[in-house]
Write a protein that binds this ligand. Sequence first.
Ligand code: NI
Length: 137
Amino acid sequence: MIYLTRRERFNAAHRMYREDWDDRRNMDFYGKCSNPNWHGHNYELFVTVKGEPDPETGILINLKEVSTIIRERITVKLDHKNINLEVPFMKGKIASTENLVRAIWKELDPDFSALGIHLHAVKIKESENNFIEYFGE
Ligand code: NI
Protein backbone atom coordinates (compact mmCIF):
# COMPACT_ATOMS: atom_id res chain seq x y z
CA MET A 1 0.00 0.00 0.00
CA ILE A 2 1.28 3.42 -0.97
CA TYR A 3 0.53 6.56 1.00
CA LEU A 4 0.80 9.86 -0.80
CA THR A 5 0.61 13.21 0.94
CA ARG A 6 0.03 16.62 -0.57
CA ARG A 7 0.50 19.82 1.40
CA GLU A 8 -1.48 22.97 0.71
CA ARG A 9 -1.40 26.17 2.69
CA PHE A 10 -4.02 28.74 3.57
CA ASN A 11 -4.32 31.76 5.83
CA ALA A 12 -7.57 32.30 7.65
CA ALA A 13 -9.13 34.10 10.59
CA HIS A 14 -11.32 32.62 13.26
CA ARG A 15 -12.57 32.97 16.76
CA MET A 16 -13.16 30.18 19.24
CA TYR A 17 -16.40 30.77 21.10
CA ARG A 18 -19.82 29.48 21.94
CA GLU A 19 -22.67 31.85 21.16
CA ASP A 20 -24.52 30.82 24.29
CA TRP A 21 -21.60 31.83 26.52
CA ASP A 22 -20.71 35.44 27.28
CA ASP A 23 -17.34 36.89 26.25
CA ARG A 24 -15.88 36.39 29.68
CA ARG A 25 -16.74 32.71 29.88
CA ASN A 26 -15.44 32.23 26.34
CA MET A 27 -12.18 33.99 27.17
CA ASP A 28 -11.81 31.94 30.35
CA PHE A 29 -12.26 28.69 28.44
CA TYR A 30 -10.69 29.35 25.04
CA GLY A 31 -8.11 31.94 26.11
CA LYS A 32 -6.80 34.43 23.56
CA CYS A 33 -8.24 32.30 20.74
CA SER A 34 -11.58 33.75 21.81
CA ASN A 35 -10.60 37.35 21.06
CA PRO A 36 -13.90 38.93 19.89
CA ASN A 37 -12.07 40.73 17.05
CA TRP A 38 -10.75 37.50 15.54
CA HIS A 39 -7.18 36.31 14.98
CA GLY A 40 -5.44 34.51 12.17
CA HIS A 41 -3.35 31.44 11.50
CA ASN A 42 -1.08 30.35 8.70
CA TYR A 43 -2.51 26.87 8.36
CA GLU A 44 -0.86 23.96 6.64
CA LEU A 45 -3.12 21.21 5.36
CA PHE A 46 -1.78 17.71 4.67
CA VAL A 47 -4.01 15.32 2.76
CA THR A 48 -2.90 11.70 2.56
CA VAL A 49 -4.44 9.24 0.11
CA LYS A 50 -3.65 5.55 -0.20
CA GLY A 51 -3.83 2.77 -2.73
CA GLU A 52 -1.86 0.65 -5.13
CA PRO A 53 -0.05 2.37 -7.99
CA ASP A 54 -1.35 1.63 -11.47
CA PRO A 55 1.11 -0.95 -12.91
CA GLU A 56 0.77 0.68 -16.32
CA THR A 57 1.74 4.21 -15.19
CA GLY A 58 3.61 3.46 -11.97
CA ILE A 59 1.67 6.12 -10.08
CA LEU A 60 -1.16 6.14 -7.55
CA ILE A 61 -2.67 9.44 -8.65
CA ASN A 62 -1.38 12.48 -10.44
CA LEU A 63 -0.21 14.96 -7.78
CA LYS A 64 -1.54 17.82 -9.83
CA GLU A 65 -4.97 16.22 -9.68
CA VAL A 66 -4.71 15.91 -5.89
CA SER A 67 -3.68 19.54 -5.62
CA THR A 68 -6.54 20.70 -7.85
CA ILE A 69 -9.14 18.80 -5.80
CA ILE A 70 -7.83 20.23 -2.52
CA ARG A 71 -7.68 23.74 -3.90
CA GLU A 72 -11.10 23.73 -5.53
CA ARG A 73 -12.91 22.01 -2.67
CA ILE A 74 -11.03 23.46 0.28
CA THR A 75 -8.36 26.11 0.09
CA VAL A 76 -10.16 28.49 -2.31
CA LYS A 77 -13.00 28.53 0.22
CA LEU A 78 -10.72 29.06 3.23
CA ASP A 79 -7.79 31.18 2.10
CA HIS A 80 -7.97 34.77 3.36
CA LYS A 81 -11.42 34.07 4.78
CA ASN A 82 -13.05 34.18 8.18
CA ILE A 83 -13.80 30.57 9.11
CA ASN A 84 -16.67 31.55 11.42
CA LEU A 85 -18.43 33.74 8.87
CA GLU A 86 -17.48 32.85 5.33
CA VAL A 87 -16.77 29.16 4.90
CA PRO A 88 -19.85 27.20 3.77
CA PHE A 89 -18.73 23.83 5.12
CA MET A 90 -18.03 25.31 8.58
CA LYS A 91 -21.42 27.02 8.91
CA GLY A 92 -22.98 26.40 12.31
CA LYS A 93 -19.83 24.77 13.67
CA ILE A 94 -17.35 26.02 16.25
CA ALA A 95 -14.32 27.12 14.21
CA SER A 96 -11.93 24.69 15.87
CA THR A 97 -9.24 22.84 13.98
CA GLU A 98 -10.86 19.62 15.25
CA ASN A 99 -14.09 20.53 13.46
CA LEU A 100 -12.21 21.86 10.44
CA VAL A 101 -10.27 18.65 9.88
CA ARG A 102 -13.49 16.59 9.93
CA ALA A 103 -15.32 19.00 7.63
CA ILE A 104 -12.43 18.91 5.15
CA TRP A 105 -12.48 15.12 5.13
CA LYS A 106 -16.20 15.18 4.36
CA GLU A 107 -15.68 17.64 1.51
CA LEU A 108 -12.80 15.73 -0.07
CA ASP A 109 -13.95 12.15 0.32
CA PRO A 110 -16.50 12.06 -2.55
CA ASP A 111 -14.00 13.44 -5.08
CA PHE A 112 -11.31 10.94 -4.21
CA SER A 113 -13.80 8.08 -3.99
CA ALA A 114 -15.00 8.94 -7.49
CA LEU A 115 -11.42 8.39 -8.68
CA GLY A 116 -11.17 5.09 -6.81
CA ILE A 117 -8.71 6.59 -4.33
CA HIS A 118 -9.02 6.16 -0.56
CA LEU A 119 -8.49 9.07 1.79
CA HIS A 120 -6.18 8.02 4.60
CA ALA A 121 -5.67 11.15 6.69
CA VAL A 122 -6.34 14.84 6.84
CA LYS A 123 -3.92 16.73 9.01
CA ILE A 124 -3.84 20.42 9.84
CA LYS A 125 -0.90 22.21 11.31
CA GLU A 126 -2.35 25.23 13.02
CA SER A 127 0.87 26.54 14.52
CA GLU A 128 4.49 25.54 14.89
CA ASN A 129 3.68 23.16 17.73
CA ASN A 130 0.12 22.00 17.09
CA PHE A 131 -1.19 19.39 14.67
CA ILE A 132 -4.66 17.91 14.44
CA GLU A 133 -5.19 14.67 12.49
CA TYR A 134 -8.29 12.82 11.35
CA PHE A 135 -8.44 9.33 9.91
CA GLY A 136 -12.14 9.22 9.07
CA GLU A 137 -13.58 7.65 12.18
NI1 NI B 1 -6.79 30.21 16.75
